[in-house]
Design a protein around this ligand. Structure first.
Ligand SMILES: [Zn+2]
Length: 70
């Protein structure tokens, strides 16, 4: 089963949960803190990751468009 890094939209509690894809899409995962099922998936949607990619200045950026991420 996959792991998810989730954040509760109600109380802001941040946690990881192991659940099937069906459990997740059908919102059967509940916040351990307030039992809300209004959860936001953190994943790669974390803005910090975007910032890191944007700042990971590629020396060949002009040529490759920054797609090599080096
Ligand atoms: Zn909560």
């Amino acid at each position: 089963m996959p792991f998810y890094h989730l954040k509760c939209q109600k109380c802001g509690h941040d946690f990881t949960a192991r659940a099937s894809i069906a459990d997740k899409t059908q919102q059967r995962i509940a916040c351990p803190s307030c039992t809300s099922t209004q959860l936001q998936t953190v994943y790669d949607k974390n803005p910090n990751i975007y910032v890191k990619k944007a700042q990971g200045a590629c020396p060949n950026r002009e040529r490759c468009g920054g797609c090599c991420h080096k």
